[in-house]
Structure formats: C-alpha cells, structure tokens
Design a protein around this ligand. Structure first.
Ligand SMILES: Cc1cc2nc3c(=O)[nH]c(=O)nc-3n(C[C@H](O)[C@H](O)[C@H](O)COP(=O)(O)O)c2cc1C
Length: 356
C-alpha cells in the first residue's frame, strides 16, 4: 500500500483543525482516501456481533462523519464498519469556533463541537443514497440542545432512520451538550431505553426487520453508574454498549498548552482509562452484552488490549489525525499477527481473554 499521508501531514496540520477536517470529508466524498492499494482482510479478523457480519473488527467512530456525507469514502479506508453521526432531529450549528484542538505533543484531541449537524432529514437522504455494502453502517443519534424532551429526540432519530442503517447508537455521553450525560443515571436511562426499545418493537410489528440498538457511554463513570448501566443492558433488549466517548478529565501527563480548553479529550491519553472502564463493564455484564471498545487506539496492540479486556469490536477516530488513513491497515495487520501469535483462532476467541 502506498501511503501519501506523511507527505501531506505538515500541510494539513498547518491549517486550523476544523478546516482540515472539513477538507478531509470533502476528499473522502470525492473518493480520495490518501492511500493507494489495499489488501484483503485476513479471515481471522472476520466476526459476527449482534447478528451482523464484519470482515474485520475495526470501525470508524462517530463524530468523524457527522452527516453521513462520506460513508463510501470511509469504507474504502478499510474499516470493517462505519458509524455516522451524531445526528439530532433538527439541524443545529453547535458551539462557536474554535471548538476543535490538536494536542500534538500528547497525540490527543479536545473537541467541544456540541452536536453541530445538518439534522435528520439530510442524514436520511445520505443514507438512502448509499450503495449496498457488506460493511455495516451505524447511525448515531442524539438530542437537540434546546429539546424539551431529550428522550423523545432519540426516539425520533430511530423512527426516522429505521431500516436505513445496520445498527443504531444512542449517544448519551457527549460532554458538550449541557446535561446530556445525566441520561446515564439509572432512572433516566431506564426510561430512555424503554422508549427506544418500544419504538423498535413498533417497527417490528409493522413488519420491519430487527435493528440492533447500542448505547454509548462516557469514560467518567463511578462504580455504581457502571453497575446500574450493566444491569439495564443485561435485563433489557439493548444489543450492546460502546465504551467510551471522550473524557472531561485532564490527566497529569498532558503537556500541550491546549489542555486548558473545555471539551472532551480523546486520543492516546484516553487509551488506558477507557480500557479500564471497558474491562469493568465487561465484568459487570458477565460478558453477556457485546461491547465496542473505543478510546485512544493507535496500533494493533491497542486494539488487541481492548478485545482482551472485553470488546467484540473496536473503533478509532483521534489517532487518524496523527497517523492518517494508513492507520486502519496497520491496526489490522498488527492485530492479525498478535491473534495468531497468541494462538487465537478468531477475534471472538480472544474477546474477554483477560477475564478467564
Ligand atoms: C472531533 C470529535 C468529534 C466527536 N463527535 C462525536 C459525536 O458526534 N458522537 C459521538 O458519539 N462521539 C463523538 N466523538 C467521540 C468518538 O467517537 C470516540 O468515542 C472518542 O473520540 C474516543 O476515541 P478516539 O480516542 O479513538 O478518538 C468525537 C470525537 C472527536 C475527536
């Protein structure tokens, strides 16, 4: 594979990060991925999770393609699946710029976008225009900042997009919409999950197919929050959890001056804390609930660490800023070697290996 990113990186990093990101989305929309040539995925990477088949377990995390503008281009980067969104029912501008910061010394990112997106109607059109593909696409739904009933916004997202994505993610863990993360508390989450599952049940009664629904949680949770979320996930028909979103913590180790910016931190410093929460959630759910591990993945070893901690699939975002699209092939190549070296027959064979 020929990787053009190292040549382009100094130019890309010389411009404001949000502008650079918007240019990347435009390039991907035009089919330009920055990498030429890609190998077939090794069969050891194939896996089936919540009833969906994945050629490899490495997905693109939400927030990269908020409006499902570039799903086809993202698929060409070699991801096993792509999650678009977060989309809210009404379009909204998000917070004032600047709202995206590179912490280059720390290989990290801080964002406080605040769900800037073009709304459900636009997102629906994009999904309808997508060619059929064996690479699943997820729709990550959220709530408008000014919504009176935020839970109703999640229900609206699922109703409107039902049948257009292979799975849904209910994102209740963005730190950039005031109060949103309170939906992770027991009573609020029980209500939300109940209403969202009823929306799906209604679609199924109307003759539509079963679409998995996942809940995405924050890394900044107390032990009792994890216990509550785990019991809700176990006792209801929620299909999985995504662990985790960005953190509001600022680890001591951060060196970049931008660490003072408000928002969610992601990238390398999130790897250890998000994997710890992932491991805790796996233990709390007894391994019964499929998990997607996300936060700070920069290598096959990081992806493998998440899988052994309990992830059935993984996702990446921030490290693409530093490594470019070739990161996807690198993670898959390294993961293949690690699985084989440790004698695992498949990804699913290694899920939760640390707990055995
Ligand atoms: C710029 C940016 C925007 C994001 N926007 C969203 C979003 O809209 N919805 C969401 O669920 N997660 C969003 N995330 C969180 C990522 O999906 C991911 O959970 C988090 O960044 C940790 O993974 P990473 O360290 O590989 O980036 C965003 C992350 C970044 C860096």
């Amino acid at each position: 594979m020929i990787n053009l990113f190292p040549l382009a990186r100094p130019f890309i990093h010389a411009i404001d990060p949000e502008t650079a990101h918007n240019l990347t989305i435009k390039a991907l929309k035009a089919g330009i991925t920055g990498c030429l040539g890609r190998s077939e995925d090794d069969p050891i990477l194939g896996t089936t999770v919540f009833g969906l088949d994945f050629k490899n377990p490495v997905g693109l995390a939400a927030g990269f393609d908020k409006n499902a503008d570039a799903v086809s281009g993202c698929r060409k980067m070699g991801f096993g699946f792509t999650e678009a969104g977060t989309v809210t029912p009404k379009p909204q501008p998000g917070n004032d710029r600047p709202r995206l910061f590179r912490l280059s010394e720390d290989r990290a990112v801080i964002n406080r976008f605040g769900f800037n997106n073009a709304g459900l109607e636009y997102f629906e059109k994009q999904l309808k225009a997508l060619p059929k593909s064996s690479q699943p696409v997820g729709a990550n739904v959220g709530a408008n900042k000014d919504a009176d009933d935020r839970t109703a916004d999640y229900v609206t997202g699922i109703q409107k997009l039902y049948g257009l994505s292979d799975y849904f993610t209910v994102n209740i863990s963005s730190p950039n919409t005031p109060g949103l993360r309170a939906l992770q508390s027991k009573a609020a989450l029980e209500d939300l999950v109940g209403r969202v599952l009823e929306a799906r049940a209604e679609k199924i009664r109307e003759g539509q197919a079963y679409i998995p629904i996942l809940v995405k949680i924050a890394p900044d949770l107390q032990e009792e929050d994890i216990t509550d979320i785990a019991s809700i996930a176990r006792d209801t028909e929620i299909d999985g959890l995504i662990v985790s979103n960005t953190t509001i913590e600022r680890p001591e180790s951060l060196k970049s001056l931008q660490k003072v910016e408000a928002g969610g931190l992601s990238g390398a410093p999130l790897m250890v804390p998000s994997t710890k929460v992932l491991s805790d959630v796996y233990r709390a759910t007894g391994g019964d609930v499929p998990l997607i591990g996300v936060g700070g993945i920069a290598s096959g070893a990081d992806a493998f660490a998440k899988i052994k901690a309990g992830a059935s699939l993984v996702q990446v975002y921030s490290m693409l800023v530093y490594e470019g699209p070739a990161l996807v092939e690198k993670i898959k190549r390294e993961l293949t070697v690690l699985l084989k070296n440790e004698g695992f027959k498949s990804v699913s064979d290694a899920v939760g290996a640390n707990h055995r």
